[in-house]
Design a protein around this ligand. Sequence first.
Ligand code: NAP
Length: 519
Amino acid sequence: MKTLKSFVAGKWTDGVGKSITLLNPTTEEPIAETAAGGNIDFATALAHARQTGGVALREMTFAQRGEICKALSKLIQSHRDELIGLAIQNGGNTRGDAKFDIDGASGTLFAYGEVGVSLGENKLIVDGESTQLTRSVRFFGQHIFTPREGVAVHINAFNFPAWNFCEKMACALTAGAPVIEKPATATTLVAHRIVELMVESKILPEGALTLIVGSTGDLLDRLNSQDSLAFTGSSDTAAMLRANKNLIAQNVRINLETDSLNVAMLGADVEPGSEAWNMFVADVARDMTQKTGQKCTAIRRVMVSSDQLDRVKEDLVERLSIIKVGDPSREEVTMGPLATAQQLKDVRDGIARLAGESTAIFGGGGTIDPIGGTKGKGFFVSPVLFQTRDAKSAQAVHAHEVFGPVATLIPYAGAADAIAQVRKGGGGLVASVYSDDRQFLGEVALGIAPWNGRLLLGSSKISGHAVGPGTVLPQLIHGGPGRAGGGEELGAARGLNFYLQRTAIAGDKPILEALFKKS
Ligand code: NAP
């Protein structure tokens, strides 16, 4: 059985302490082990990353770092099948789910490679035009961005071990920051293998990549004001990290990506069977079941007007009925198990909580007989579609994220009611609205934009041309207000800002022009 090690200060390092076993969630068989951690000297790890990796990266231009991201993207692509196999084994992913993660990782690295190249052979970014500051025609101001001189610590969630790691890394590396990656322990196998490949390839300069398997020990207590922390995971862990005394005292930059009760809303104008209708039904069914619903962007709240309810239920139940739950390595299986026993417990608890105010229309009871499964083994659950019994008084559906293949239908009456219901979720990553009525789309978009990081406006004309709301694209920002963590990642060059310092420079116009020419 493989023993997973950390990669610190240029060396593979065994952990100490309690042994942790990684399981195959389909069979519950052990597939790898690691130690909980505790022996990493984070003072040395940080010094190596800052002084060796950071200096080497900042000596390069944006274009040179972009080329590194492209090379890393190619490296992942060239080991795609191996990584897909590990994701099936350790994550319970179907092949399609695994591709979503692995291709998302290589695609995002490639996209940031292009961003870096487009920023040219420069070591700074000139931000906007210079501005005359007084009546003098010589005294001007100019904003610039330069790489901060710290490390980028990334703590990632269990559900996207490849994408979550690489999307954060792509932004940080392009900006010039060495990365310290800490994947979720239960599904570390994929991220660990990617780091092995990156280390063997020697694409990165020494010190640019550190991997922590297991505990972060006193790492966060050692960060300083040039460092940053980007976290993806649950609100509870985020709240704990936010309260870390050293991070507060040092004003360490923090970006948090947490839970979200994402909405899909069907406009009352949309006719059953129309293109916009079919797009909505396909997006909801896919988001409920892709990665067994373990996607931060998955649709949890499905809002339809009362007169559409019966037909929507019929169509969604038809789609969910053909989902084949079982061993994700089998071709006919379309939904694998949840990733861990803890996830299964949390999802079952969440289903019971939602059942207090909603009725299950599909799933939610009885036993499950997974295709190719071993009796009594595996963290399987069937998709569950609920409908609120009283939309006005329902609370859990707007407050509790069930991180599995579970969604709830909520009837609404008109745009104002729909907007009010979306707001009850307290801030989300993404909402999708399906309609060909431009007035409705405009009113809803304006009403819910402050509460969401991203909106998808689905309509007949883009049906068949768009990716679903659950797909995070490197060109658009990812993150959201309130419950979603209040963070922002990606969004092409915007994603670099977190790792750069913006400085306003006032001075003699010709000097500013000579120093900070736009190329
Ligand atoms: P989690 O339990 O909060 O764990 C997330 C990460 O934090 C893991 O790497 C975990 O490491 C680490 N961690 C836990 N306690 C820590 C501590 N005291 N100090 C430092 N690191 C610590 O979340 P999860 O169960 O992996 O992920 C599921 C949640 O993530 C869901 O709520 C989902 O909505 C959210 N999520 C959000 C996004 C987004 O982009 N907004 C994306 C994906 C998932 P160990 O594994 O070693 O405990």
